[in-house]
Design a protein around this ligand. Structure first.
Ligand code: 5GP
Length: 213
């Protein structure tokens, strides 16, 4: 197949906690060499088992504030008193190099990314099949107390309110089917004309050859 230059895309997955987003993300990353996870910066302390540069870039507040001031973050938020953000540079480099990036962000992060990078963004919202199913997934998540589960259920409702701001919506009944669904979204979006920035010269070359007989 001729190598036609393509601009990468930003794939944003959001869902209420417990709907299967993390499993879907892992499976997508494992099976697609052209897809990488965005690594955020954060001011929170590193947890045991985490690796700087893989899980997050761990930085101090002064550095974070400097990045905000320099518009070096595509979006940022404060969660439980710590600052988090998506660095702009690696995303722009990846898009120019035809690489796609996966973002696991909530609806507010998705909205900020959309505002910053509208045309490069493809967003997918993942829904549970029912409240009952979401509840049982959260309960089965080992250590969480009843209180924490109740809090997550309430938060899930708020997150789900924003489903209609996404390009694609899927109900995660079967994990294989959901992964296949997101893969086909990726496949279609990679073929979008606007992303195929090398297509004009490809077509022109063929036409020139045809016209020259
Ligand atoms: P944790 O500290 O447990 O890894 O993450 C806490 C929260 O911060 C999670 O809800 C996670 O989604 C959110 N978070 C992580 N990275 C980013 C980011 O780059 N931007 C935003 N807006 N939220 C983030």
């Amino acid at each position: 197949m001729p190598d036609v230059n393509r601009r990468g895309l930003m794939l944003v997955l959001s869902s209420p906690s417990g709907a299967g987003k993390t499993t879907i993300s892992r499976r997508l990353l494992k099976n697609d060499d052209n897809l990488d996870m965005s690594v955020s910066v954060t001011t929170r302390p590193m947890r045991p088992g985490e690796i700087d540069g893989r899980d997050y870039h761990f930085i101090d507040q002064a550095r974070f504030d400097a990045m905000v001031a320099a518009s070096a973050l595509l979006e940022h938020a404060t969660v439980f008193g710590n600052s988090y953000g998506t660095p702009r540079g690696p995303v722009e480099d990846a898009l120019s190099a035809s690489h796609d990036i996966l973002f696991d962000v909530d609806w507010q992060g998705a909205q900020q990314l959309r505002a910053a990078m509208d045309r490069d963004l493809v967003s997918v919202f993942i829904l549970p099949t029912s409240a009952e199913e979401l509840h049982s997934r959260l309960v089965n998540r080992a250590s969480d107390s009843e209180e924490v589960v109740r809090h997550r259920m309430a938060k899930a409702s708020g997150e789900m309110e924003h489903w209609d701001a996404y390009d694609y919506v899927l109900i995660n009944q079967d994990i294989d089917a959901s992964v296949a669904g997101v893969r086909s979204i990726l496949h279609g979006e990679r073929l979008r004309r606007e992303r195929q920035v090398g297509m004009a010269s490809f077509v022109n070359t063929i036409r020139r050859e045809l016209d020259e007989g």
